[in-house]
Ligand binder design. Structure first.
Ligand code: NAD
Length: 418
């Protein structure tokens, strides 16, 4: 959708039961989806956003608010469904949901007042949708979550409403999961734990390619690099860089938020991909490929070209299921499942949600460093590494059945959804 003039108001329409399949063609599974909420301009009937509430078995649904110009109900549903399994696998008292706002984050970064207006209208429209709690995702940040929280406070008449947004700035009682790199911390825990199980794999000296050098991609590069890994490739929407001797990640971290992003890189790089060639970065040799941008970037079309040993799934749904099985069976690539390894952010969101209503818990979280970062890093590390160990041990005990990482991750999540 093009950025069009903002409407005066947005409204929510809840679509349930068979209408979900009829109107949007979404699949129906034993877990969901339960509701699709269409957020529209009552003046023109134009849709501006969608919320998908997938499953409420473990509690109200929690999942990020994505902003992208080409977001679709199908993409939001895929992400909501992943949240159902992610939240269950991490034993969080929340269900699976997600939302998507049509909009170009680059345009709104340059027009912050318009973004504020859009986020406020979105919050007002979803306030009656009591079983969805928004957090940050691609295209939204902690300031947007604060705005949603404040809008809810206004509508509620008081703070501590337990409705989110979560992932707010620490000065306002939030846990800034992106600033603290908490999702990356979970990916790091997964990579550390994989050293115990993947034959011959060690982070030290391993070659890493990061597709999507954003709030997840940048800190995982920094963490792995600090342990002796070599970041040979990195990309953002502007450029993909490859240097077998390693990229200068300090420079990448510095330029990633500037206009032009990684295309401004001046350090040594043997190859720079741009435009349609961007995905080719993922075909270059490495030990760990970290997709950390959009869904379905590895499919049957490019699977044969992938030369990684491990795919550490920072993004949600970066590889389609059939391709994952093929990669594991035919090429021996371990696809470490998104909803197990990238749960760090939502673990922090769930903690913040509880802190909003439970003061003794908030004090416990902040006890060590006054902010909660140390507590959260330990919690994320422990949760992700325990789940990774559990999956490897299930895979080992059923090794004759040719099951995949995802098969085991799903089995674990389903056990916790019962
Ligand atoms: P972000 O917006 O900070 O970063 C995304 C990066 O991907 C940007 O650098 C962008 O330029 C780049 N990008 C977009 N399209 C690309 C393309 N075609 N090729 C290469 N690069 C491209 O977002 P983020 O918060 O880092 O999230 C990244 C992914 O991780 C998303 O799929 C998100 O759902 C998932 N995720 C994020 C969190 C979190 O805590 N932030 C938690 C779980 C999962």
């Amino acid at each position: 959708m093009e950025n069009t003039k903002l409407p005066a108001k947005l409204k929510a329409e809840i679509i349930e039961n068979g209408e979900i399949q009829k109107q949007f063609g979404l699949p129906k599974t034993e877990f969901g989806p339960l509701k699709v909420v269409r957020i529209f301009d009552p003046g023109t009937n134009q849709a501006w956003a969608f919320v998908v509430i997938d499953n409420l078995k473990r509690g109200p649904s929690l999942g990020g608010t994505r902003m992208a110009p080409d977001i679709s109900v199908l993409e939001v549903y895929g992400l909501a469904s992943a949240m159902t399994f992610k939240n269950a696998a991490a034993r969080l008292p929340i269900g699976g949901g997600k939302s998507g706002i049509f909009g170009d984050p680059v345009y709104y970064r340059e027009n912050p007042e318009e973004k504020k207006r859009l986020i406020t209208m979105f919050a007002e429209a979803i306030w009656p949708v009591k079983d969805y709690i928004p957090g940050p995702d691609m295209g939204t940040d902690e300031q947007d979550m604060q705005l949603i929280y404040d809008t809810f406070t206004g509508l509620n008449g008081a703070p501590n409403h337990g409705r989110g947004g979560v992932g707010r700035p620490p000065a306002n009682g939030g846990l800034p999961l992106d600033e603290w790199g908490l999702t990356a911390h979970g990916l790091y825990a997964a990579a550390k734990t994989a050293q115990e199980y993947e034959p011959g794999f060690s982070i030290k000296g391993s070659r890493i390619i990061i597709q999507g050098f954003g709030n997840v991609g940048c800190p995982i590069a920094e963490k792995l690099s600090a342990d002796g890994a070599i970041i040979v490739g990195a990309s953002d929407i502007n450029a993909g860089l490859f240097n077998p001797g390693g990229l200068d990640i300090e420079e990448l971290a510095r330029i990633r938020k500037e206009k032009g992003g990684l295309s401004r890189y001046h350090g040594k790089a043997e190859i720079m991909f741009t435009g349609k060639e961007l995905p080719s970065l993922m075909n270059l040799p490495c030990d760990i490929l970290v997709p950390a941008a959009r869904p379905n970037v590895i499919t049957a079309a490019n699977a044969d070209s992938i030369r990684a040993k491990i795919i550490l799934q920072g993004a949600n749904n970066p590889v389609d299921k059939a391709t994952e099985s093929w990669l594991q069976e035919k090429k021996g690539i371990a696809c470490m499942t998104d909803f197990i390894v990238n749960a760090g952010g939502v673990i922090a969101c769930a903690a913040e949600l509880r802190m909003d209503k439970d003061m003794p818990y908030a004090e416990e979280v902040r006890e060590e460093d006054g902010l909660g970062r140390a507590f959260l890093e330990k919690l994320v590390y422990q949760t992700v590494s325990d789940n990774v160990r559990e999956i490897y041990s299930r895979l080992k005990s059923e090794k004759d059945k040719k099951l995949t990482w995802r098969d085991m991750a799903m089995a674990l999540a389903k056990d916790r959804l019962k």
